[in-house]
Design a protein around this ligand. Structure first.
Ligand SMILES: [Zn+2]
Length: 206
């Protein structure tokens, strides 16, 4: 009988402990005492976009929120509480909003969707579709090109939402932190493109 997926996960954990955890026991003991992540990652729930794997990061590096199409909604207490905990208590200085190619959520924004909750959720990104519609028309883009533009526009829109949260607005009135970065992960190649560069002195307009 074929091994069940869940058995694969549990045997993967045995391998993780032997190959990674035990050889780096002092690191894992230190983060067991207290997490000190350097980055808040806001990404898509898509199974192909594992933030620590695609950035070569160890556990303990990133505080993470993922949802369908990496959306930052105004009235979402979930994402707001994660952002507040991240920047106020963990003192995280860098927030990455990462979209990705072949995103089902982005395709649903483009094509329209009838499921109740998904449609409501994706409404929050409708401004990105208006921008992408305009760009696609002007530049006569193919569907695939347009979906990539829509993905990038969605990252920029969600950064706009992030900057509009009272907490972030007040912090930015006082100084440059937290720095905000917009990324696009390409599932076809594994490469990350920087859409909005929030590194010191290099900030680009979102
Ligand atoms: Zn996605």
């Amino acid at each position: 009988m074929a091994k069940h997926t869940i058995d694969h996960l549990l045997s993967g954990n045995v391998k993780f402990r032997a190959d990674e955890f035990e050889p780096h026991a002092s690191y894992y003991q230190s983060i067991a005492q207290r997490q000190t992540p350097k980055v808040l990652w806001i990404g898509c729930s898509d199974s192909r976009v594992s933030e620590d794997v695609i950035t070569g990061s160890k556990p303990g590096t990133m505080f993470v929120h993922r949802n369908v199409a990496n959306i930052i909604a105004f009235n979402d207490v979930n994402v707001a509480s994660i952002i507040e905990y991240g920047v106020v208590h963990l003192r995280i200085e860098d927030i990455i909003v990462c979209g990705h190619t072949r995103c089902g959520g982005i395709a649903a924004i483009e094509d329209g969707v009838h499921e109740n909750y998904i449609a409501d959720w994706l409404c929050i990104a409708s401004g990105a579709k208006e921008r992408a519609d305009k760009i696609a028309k002007e530049q006569k883009l193919s569907r695939e090109q347009k979906l990539e533009v829509l993905t990038a526009e969605n990252v920029k829109l969600q950064i706009k939402h992030l900057r509009s949260l009272a907490l972030i607005r007040n912090m930015h009135a006082a100084g440059p932190l937290p720095r905000i970065h917009g990324w696009l992960y390409r599932v076809e190649t594994g490469k990350i493109d920087v859409l909005v560069d929030g590194r010191a002195g290099r900030e680009t307009a979102a």
